[in-house]
Design a protein around this ligand. Sequence first.
Ligand SMILES: NC(=O)c1ccc[n+]([C@@H]2O[C@H](COP(=O)([O-])OP(=O)(O)OC[C@H]3O[C@@H](n4cnc5c(N)ncnc54)[C@H](OP(=O)(O)O)[C@@H]3O)[C@@H](O)[C@H]2O)c1
Length: 316
Amino acid sequence: MKAIILSENGGTDKLILKEINKPVIAPNEVLIQTKALSINPVDGYVRKNEIYTKKKLMPLPGEEMILGWDVAGTVVETGSEVTDFKNGDEVFGMVKFPGHAKAYAEYVAAPADHLAKKPAGTSFNDAAAATLAALTAWQGLVTYAKIQPGNKVLIHAAAGGVGHYAVQIAKHFGAYVIGTGSASSKDFILSQGADEFIDYTQEKFEEKVQDADIVFDSIYGDHILRSIKAVKSGGRLVSLLAFFEGEIAEKAKAKDLLTYRIAVESNGEDMKAIAKLIADGKLKSHVSEVYSFEDIPKAQDKVDGGKTRGKVVIAL
Ligand SMILES: NC(=O)c1ccc[n+]([C@@H]2O[C@H](COP(=O)([O-])OP(=O)(O)OC[C@H]3O[C@@H](n4cnc5c(N)ncnc54)[C@H](OP(=O)(O)O)[C@@H]3O)[C@@H](O)[C@H]2O)c1
């Protein structure tokens, strides 16, 4: 089968198309024939940085490294312990994250309990998109922040992969949603259901919002200190990047915030919740660009640029 190997840490020129053996499944796994997969910023971090490679990919010594965790496709083989899926089922999921899922490949060995059935009427591209990014939004808002109807929720990078799902999920739970983005993302963010938009290039969000029940922060640097100002006392602050330590922890404690530094994890139950939202018409992927398998390096360059609208997907 075809796979894209990461030959060593570095630029996208280190992603090499190679013919390798199909994976052998474990008893709790299914073999998926990949129809689509999606690209995330973490793919680029792991490609570039050895520290991330060790932490997120966890390759065994001497093992060939293959990036990718987000897959949608058809089950072509099932392990002896698998009861939920059979050959021919169309499935999607974020597989083995963190870990070595090897999803940049024509066939992927996936634990059955990391997957959900693809809702009928949803394309493989849209399903592949609604995996790591959608799970992050779900786990951050629902599992950790325990979003409630009427909550005021500030979502940063609302036009991106995680952000556009977070806006839709927050609206589904009856929240009042404010999304941040640049001016060119305004119409898109409002079209996802946001009630208000803040242009981060023109305005300081913390001057406009100081009473959010939940702030969902996915931006590097001192941004999290600014987000602390936007949450009301006793509110919830979800961080995808910054850790709550030193000055950040002190300032959050002074406001009595509940803080969550989340690290998304594979979870079949959460995937099923996402599949239900999609099936019910409550969650829709926005796939802005589709690349061929051979063009995965170009797709990673695009995502590395940090200006993705919705998701970038690879169709096989
Ligand atoms: N901890 C975890 O488990 C976890 C999970 C998933 C993602 N993440 C991290 O979270 C971040 C977001 O992920 P993603 O997949 O959503 O990324 P993405 O799709 O690449 O996000 C791109 C979006 O970010 C927006 N943006 C950039 N700078 C911004 C700013 N200062 N304020 C508001 N919006 C801004 C851009 O909007 P404009 O074009 O309008 O500027 C663009 O639409 C990444 O760093 C990712 O690695 C962490």
